[in-house]
Each structure stands twice: as structure tokens, then as C-alpha cells.
Design a protein around this ligand. Sequence first.
Ligand SMILES: [Zn+2]
Length: 340
Amino acid sequence: MESHDEGRDLLERLFVADAHFDLPLMVLARRRSGERRVIERHYLEGLRRGGVDLLVCSLFVPDAFLPEMALRHALDQVAALREEEAESPHALRLCRNVDDIEAAGASGRLAMILSFEGAEPLGTDLGLLRVFHDLGVRGLGLTWSRRNAAADGCHFHAVPEGRRGGLSAFGVALLAEARRLGCYLDVSHLNDEGFWDALEHFDGPVMASHSNCRSLVSVPRNLTDEQIVALAGRQGLVGMNACSRFVASCDRPDIDALIDHVDHVVGLVGIGQVCLGLDLCDSLPAPDLSSSLDAFDVVDTHGALGYLASAMLRRGYGEGDIAAIFGGNLHRFLKGALTS
Ligand SMILES: [Zn+2]
């Protein structure tokens, strides 16, 4: 038996979900160069090999499109996924709630949910959140790693900077609107001031979709123990990020270093608050990548999830633990969070 067979067999039987994947950006780039059925042709085989049932697909707008083209770029990403769904109806389904996700699974289709990774497409127009909610956006990440009208994002490294901010008045209003519409809040990429502001001003479901532990790797993108405990206190989730820069400080971290973060969160708050938010970026279109990051994915592709599951079995996690971490926890979270 290969070293990942056991894990792969297990994942085939389980509900497997990734809470953060920049798929729309990648799909849009390929579609703009004339390709069609991009997900089916480039991603589906690997997703199936990893047993993946659900992807939370983030709408992320690269710097080059800000500010004027942010709305257009986000809408183009939604349109691209809609086109993909229409071209591959037997393989894909854009979902709005857990009923949709379960129906997708029952018919063997990959379920996708939309989320914002930064509120730039809204500009300062509160009313647009309802429009994006109508289009299927269910997760609201206020920022990427930069400042916008809603809040200050955290940087990837500590940088010299002036006084840092938390949420703006628009950011606070946006949280109230998100709560009214039934979106969940995603605090990944917020700076620490914004993290605590957001928890104070939003009493709905909250997660950090793709953030590791700062006590293991001291970068601002990772969460402090205090933040992890606060999220767990709100029944929130912490999504484990496979980006090498957030996994370990050494040059070539591996899957075992990622499991160290799982161990740490489990040790702090238990199995029930961990999910996967792999943030796989190796296949992002190069000009759009934050190339200064100089990082790679320690989980090669979704097709390599079997290696992660196998390594976790070797680490002593049981099948029930893996079921919870690889998808069960996110399923429970979304079932509570998505009401419409
Ligand atoms: Zn991100």
C-alpha cells in the first residue's frame, strides 16, 4: 500500500470541504484566454482524488484592479463560475445553503459556496452586499492583507507602519448588514485591532477560514492563542492554511508541520473547532500572485489530501477526528450559519 492509500480511502467515504480556495480568480484567468469547462478539465480529477465535496470559493481582487475595477472583477468572477456551472451541470453546483450542498453531494457534483476575501467590490456601497448575497455570497471577509474602506488588513510580515486602525464606520455597518442578510464573518486577513473589533460588532457565526497559529509561526497572518480561544468561544472555526510561509519558519516545511498547527488548535480548544482552509495558491495566475510572498503549498493540490489524512492517522487522530476536521465541522458551521 502506498503511504496515502489509507487516507485516500477514508476521504472517499467522508464529507470533505475546503473553507478557502481562490478558484474564481484562476477560472476567470483561464476563461479570459479562451478556455472553457476549466474546473472540469483542470481541477475536478484532483478534487475527486482528494474526496473533496465542497469548496468555499473566495472572490479576491488583485491590487491592479483597485479601486475602480474591483466591482467589475468580482462580478466577472461570479459570472465565470456561473458559466462553468452551466457548462458542467453534471459536475458542479453553486450552492447557497446546506440543502444545496447535500443535494450536490447526492448527485455526485462538487458543491461551491461564494465568499468575499476583502470587501473592495462593495466600495462604500452598503446596498451592494445584498446584491452579492443574491448572487450567492455567504461569507464576508472584510479585508485581504491591505487597507480598504471597511478595515485594515494585516500584513504578511511585520512592517514599519503608522498608527494601525480597526474597523471603520463602514466596516461596522457592513457587519450589521451581513448579520441581517445571513452571512457568516471570516476574520482571516484582519489585523489584530480589526479582529477584536469584528468580534465585538458582530454577534453571528464567525470563522477564520485560512489562518494558522502565531505561537508556532510568528507572522501577523496567523492567530494568537487568545484569538483562537475567542473564536472557539463563539463556536467559530479555524481553517488550517497550507501556505508554507504560515506553516513553518524553515525553508521547506512539510505536511507534518501543518499537522503541528492542527495539534495546537486541538490542544487549545478541541477537535470541534478545526477545519481545512488550505488556501492553495501554487496554481494562481502568476501576474496576480503576491510574488513577494515566495511561498508554496505544503499540500500539493487537493489531490494530495490523502497524504494529509494518512499522516494524521499516523499522528494518532482517529477516523472520527479526521471526519470532523476535514469537513464535518464546516458542515455543522454552515448548517447553523446559512439560513437562506
Ligand atoms: Zn487569503
